[in-house]
Structures are given as C-alpha cells and as structure tokens.
Design a protein. Structure first.
Length: 504
C-alpha cells in the first residue's frame, strides 16, 4: 500500500489475509468486483453444499441402492453421487437395435452391457435402474435449487450497489467527465473553446476544466503507432552502448544486430533493413493522411466538480429523452447532444471511435458465426476423445479451454470497440460460451442418457469427476510454471543494459 503524502507509515505490501476486499478497488473497480463476486459465491456454494448433505447421505444409503455402493463403486466420491448400482435386466419385447444406436453420438460405439439380444433376436433384455428416490431427495433438491436461483437474483441487485460503492470510493477522471457521442459535422465542432462557452453559458456555476476533441482519423493514428512500434524494434536491435537517435535512423541501421533464429520463428522478427523500409513507406502514408480534413467523432468534457458533472449529465439526458420537444437552450447548432459518462482516458480505444455502428455490428456477427463453427469443431474433438476414454475426454477439454483465451483474443482483435470495457465484455462472453459448451454442453450430448447414473469409467458422473479434478490441479500448476512468462522474459524479451536503464 502506497503511503500518501504526509503519512508516517511507510509504503508496504498488501497483507494476503487482512486486506479488506474494498481495498482491492485500488487496482481498478473491475478487480474489486471480481473479489466481491468470489466472496459472495463462496458462501452461496458453501451453504448449497450443506443443504445437499442429506441428499448425498441418502445416495450412499441402502434405501437408495440396496446393498450399498461402497463395494461396487471404485471411487469414494461417486458413492455420494446419484450413481445407481442396483441394475437388473428386464425383458423388452419392443426394443430394437436401431432405436438403441440412435441414442448414441457419432463417435460412441454400441454398449452391449445395456441391451442384450439372443442369437435369433427373439429375446431382448434391457438394463433397468431400480434405485428409488424418496421425499428427502425431492425436498432438499428443491430447496437447494430455489436457494441458488434466489442467490443469483440477490447478487445481481447487490452487484449494482457494490459497483456504486467502489466507484464512489475511487475518484477518477470519468467521475468528472461526460462524452458527447454525436457532435455535429461542422468545422466549429473542432474548436474546444466553443464547447467550453456552450456549457458554461447554459449551466450555472459551471467551469469546464478540460475539453478533448477526438477526430475520425483512426488511419492516421494507427500509422503513427505503427511507426513508433517499428522504431522501438530498431532500438532493441542496437548494441546496448549505442545511443538511439530517431532523427538519424539511416546511420543506425548498419549497427543493428540480426534477430536470432528463435525470434524469427516465434515472433516473426525482421532485420533492421526491412523495418527501416517499412518506416519510409509509413512516412509517405502519414504525410498523405495528414492533409485530410477530419470530422469530429467524439468530444469529452471534464468539469471542475463531480456534482456539476452529474447535473449536466442529468439535464442533457432529460432533454434527449423528453417526450416533448427538446430544450432549445441545450441544442448545439440545432443538434440534440447524446451524452454519457466515459471510461478512463487510458481505457478509451481512440483508433476505433470513428467506426460506424453498422460496421461494428457486422464485425460482431462475423465473429459470432466463427465462434459457433469453432464450438462445433471442439465438440467433434471432445466426442472423438470421449469414444476412446473418459480421461482422454477430460484432457481434451482442458487443452481446448487452455487455448480458448488465445482464440478469443484473435477473434476480438477483428472487432472494433469504443472502450476497453466493451472489448473485455465481448472477450468474456466468448470465453464463457466456449468453456461452457466444452465443459457442460458437449459432455452431456456425447454421453447417452442411459449412462447418466451409471458408475463406469466412461459414464457421465465419472467423466465430470475426472474433469473437475483435472481442472483443480492444472490451473495452479500452470500458473506456478508460467512457461510463457519465462519464455517472454528470458528468451524473447529485450535485455536491459543495467539496473538503471531499460529498453522499452
């Protein structure tokens, strides 16, 4: 915790156990909300587990499965589940092989332990579960389900309150600012003094501290960022004792080192000559783009106090959504302004502000279609692994879930977002859809319904147990190994000349 000016206590690390969750908002409101969510659902799942104890005890009793399950179930955890070992074969005159095969997926082979035929197919027998459910199961299962559902609704309500509390506890620039989403396409809209006069004349005791006018010059900004990135690459190729002079790049090129073969393969690193030629091409492109007159895409106004910010935002919203004619005093060159509270300046994606809404919707529709195709491909791989062994299926799911963030990152990079909040929400929804489909939906679909309560190695309950155990182990192990972090820091990353100087 950083010591504030005037404090006598020195700066120290956050205590692991004693740090209040509200202090986690120092790292961002999203971090604070994350730990609030973990705390809430920890207690929800703990209480739901206690409510399920009578049901688990009943599953292990002789009343549910005569003779008990301890001797017939290999895993002790499965004995507390709904696995039924009381199975008997009953005559089934109407059963056919075609009906039995139709209940399986493409990759799952026929299991003769469930349906038996005589050599002439005259006698047919089917395995029937004879485990009995009583009122204990129904009552406690219903209570647990109602409790979890109500808890989710309570969490949605509390989440809004938590967000407000954490936001009020952390003073940021967005608490004092508004953004105008539809500035008029006129030359005067580029003048910040005009916006300052507009708000100070129409609202009492209002002082505009900062006015930021964003233009729809995303191509120019991207070209400038690309040029700066290429300069950094040349700087990293220079010997550590060479001073980097960006005004004299041509003389520095012969001094640069050649990238290693490993960086050429993993990072697609280029030689200094190739990078310099790209910079020359970018300079010509930047010169052409700089001659273009750009319209205003967004205007951000920062006021002196948070109270004035709320008053202005409320009045502008009231004028926009009024059922009557808009307030003429709040019209800017005959335009009713659409205002909202912006994200932090560092969270605004300045290169995407001029992207039309129709283009954004089309991009998201395309990435949604690609996501659906990839989910189907994942389902085929998981089903194939499931047909071999439940362990292979769990390993395949873990592998697919591990590479999901990389796939989602590539998909989200094809989309335009006005701020990082929108980008993060889009990535989160895709990751959730991928992992939910891989872990829950596909596992249920590739497992025949008749195997739901069986205790074999390839049945549903045992597959879920293996998957949960593997997920609990692999995440902390991979985080401790941090193989990608070590590779980037010690192999691919540039080296600092000494402790005082670093190469960005």
């Amino acid at each position: 915790m950083r010591a504030e000016p005037g404090e006598t206590q020195p700066t120290s690390l956050y205590p692991v156990i004693e740090t209040p969750i509200d202090d986690m908002a120092d790292f961002g409101i999203g971090v604070g909300m994350y730990f609030k969510t973990l705390q809430f659902f920890f207690f929800v799942t703990l209480i739901a587990g206690f409510l399920s104890l009578p049901t688990m005890i009943y599953y292990q009793s002789n009343e549910y499965s005569p003779g008990g399950k301890s001797a017939t179930v290999a895993n002790a955890l499965n004995s507390l589940s709904a696995v039924c070992t009381n199975v008997k074969f009953q005559p089934c005159p109407t059963c056919t092989r075609e009906e039995w095969k139709s209940s399986f997926s493409l990759f799952v082979e026929e299991d003769n332990n469930r349906l038996l035929f005589s050599e002439s197919d005259d006698l047919k027998f089917i395995a029937v579960n004879e485990c009995q459910l009583n009122d204990v199961f129904g009552f406690f299962t219903f209570v647990t389900m109602v409790f979890v559902v109500l808890s989710v609704y309570v969490f949605v309500y509390l989440q809004r309150r938590y967000r407000i509390e954490l936001d009020e506890g952390e003073q940021t620039s967005s608490d004092y600012s508004i953004q105008i989403l539809n500035p008029p396409k006129i030359a005067d809209a580029k003048n910040p003094d005009l916006w300052k006069v507009f708000f100070e004349e129409r609202f009492e005791n209002v002082h505009v501290t900062v006015c930021t006018v964003a233009l729809n010059n995303s191509k120019l900004i991207k070209a400038l960022l690309r040029k700066q990135h290429l300069k950094t690459q040349i700087k990293n190729l220079l010997p550590v004792t060479t001073i980097f002079d960006e005004t004299n790049l041509e003389k520095l090129i012969p001094l640069c080192n050649e990238p290693s073969p490993l960086k050429r393969i993993l990072c697609f690193a280029k030689s200094a000559d190739v990078i310099y030629n790209q910079i020359i091409d970018l300079d010509e492109q930047i010169a052409e783009l700089s001659e273009i007159e750009y319209d205003v895409s967004r205007v951000l106004i920062t006021f002196e106090t948070e109270e004035i910010h709320r008053v202005v935002l409320e009045n502008m919203d009231a004028s926009l959504f009024s059922r009557k004619s808009p307030n003429d005093d709040l019209l800017f060159h005959c335009v009713t302004l659409k205002c909202s509270e912006p994200d932090e300046p560092s969270a605004i994606r300045w290169t995407d502000l001029d992207t039309p809404t129709k283009v954004i919707r089309l991009q998201r529709l395309c990435t949604f279609a690609i996501s659906c195709v990839l989910i189907v491909a994942d389902a085929v791989l998981i089903a194939f692994a499931k047909s071999r062994n439940a362990v292979y299926s769990a390993l395949m799911i873990i592998l697919l879930n591990s590479i999901t963030p990389l796939i989602v990152s590539l998909l989200s990079s094809l989309e335009s977002h006005y701020d990082e909040s929108s980008y993060t929400a889009s990535s989160y929804l895709k990751i959730t859809a991928f992992r939910w489909a891989n872990t829950v939906l596909v596992t249920s679909l590739v497992t025949p319904f008749v195997d739901t309560l069986q205790g074999g190695d390839s049945e549903l309950i045992n597959s879920i147990r293996i998957l949960f155990t593997a997920e609990l182990l692999q995440r902390p192990i991979l985080q401790m190994l941090d193989y990608m972090g070590h590779l980037k820091r010690h192999v691919l990353g540039p080296r600092a000349p000494d402790q005082r100087r670093s190469i960005p």
